[in-house]
Ligand binder design. Sequence first.
Ligand SMILES: *[C@@H]1O[C@H](CO)[C@@H](O)[C@H](O)[C@H]1NC(C)=O
Length: 135
Amino acid sequence: MTQSLLCFVVLLVTAHLALSYFPDEWEEDCKKESGYAGDIGDLNYTDPSSVPRPAKCYMACFMGKQQVMKPDGNIDFKYAKGLYSKVHKGDEKKIRMFHWIVDECAKEYKEYPDKCETAFYYVKCKRLKYDAYNQ
Ligand SMILES: *[C@@H]1O[C@H](CO)[C@@H](O)[C@H](O)[C@H]1NC(C)=O
């Protein structure tokens, strides 16, 4: 319990650091566009049915701005890895971990009904792989 709680806090900090790498307006723009006002760090990723649709569309919007999601709605895994190398420049251990996570999620990639579902699948996959890696 303590360990999973710690993991969660670490993930939030990581998410926050990564977020601060990107312009604040992206977060604001995507909140407006999707109508989602919550914090995606608070979502329960092991219970997908509990995740509101606007939260998924918020993820799609943000990933679109990062260019991790291409305009056609597909995920650019190669670009995602390059981005992790930039965001965590100088921290080889973290870069190796995130590259492994992206590769694993690329392997599990399927077709999803739309951009919002695709984005949610990817974020959920990364979150679960992160937990697995850090166990
Ligand atoms: C998340 O969802 C799972 C599956 O429904 C549940 O077992 C777990 O208690 C939930 N966690 C939280 C923090 O609500």
